[in-house]
Design a protein around this ligand. Structure first.
Ligand code: HEM
Length: 140
């Protein structure tokens, strides 16, 4: 069971990171070119957002499972709590950004660029905290 949860946890890290880096690079290319993404690229961004949210939800499910299985609960150490704070930020930001994009698509208007930029920046801080926290929490 531990191996399955760990494998899913690591795949989710791969997908969450991939979505963050990939959409950031594509978005930056559009901004640099001074162009707005066409609707089919907008849909691809929305799909990336859903993949990101699915990944962070899977990280929580598998992470809670692993914490109980290996350490008997969530009270592991201080760095682990920093990691959880980072993971909570990523979950909140991802859910909020997806809701905003979904509502924008439904209303046939583009998402708020300034809001999205701030959300992406805050999501990055959460990811750094979660990964840095994991490195410290699980180092001997
Ligand atoms: C953005 C979210 C997250 C990221 C980037 C992340 C990252 C990582 C990384 C890199 C490891 C490997 C650490 C190692 O084995 O040395 C790990 C393991 C682990 N994570 Fe996460 N994680 C996230 C969310 C969570 C959550 C929400 C929980 C718990 C509620 C959690 C609990 C754990 C546990 C228990 C391990 C296994 C430690 C071990 O093998 O001894 N993670 N995580």
């Amino acid at each position: 069971m531990e191996v399955i949860l760990k494998t899913l946890h690591y795949f989710s890290i791969l997908f969450a990171g991939g979505v963050t880096v990939g959409s950031g690079v594509i978005q930056a290319a559009y901004i640099k070119a001074g162009e707005v993404p066409p609707p089919y690229i907008g849909k691809a961004f929305a799909l990336l957002g859903y993949i990101g949210l699915g990944s962070i939800v899977t990280l929580w499910i598998t992470g809670i499972g692993l914490a109980h299985l290996i350490y008997g609960g969530l009270a592991i150490n201080g760095a682990f709590h920093a990691k959880l704070l980072g993971a909570a930020i990523v979950l909140f930001i991802s859910a909020y950004a997806n809701l905003h994009v979904y509502q924008a698509i439904k209303a046939k208007r583009p998402p708020n660029g300034a809001l999205m930029k701030r959300l992406v920046q805050a999501g990055r801080v959460g990811l750094v905290l979660a990964i840095g926290g994991a490195a410290v929490a699980f180092s001997t």
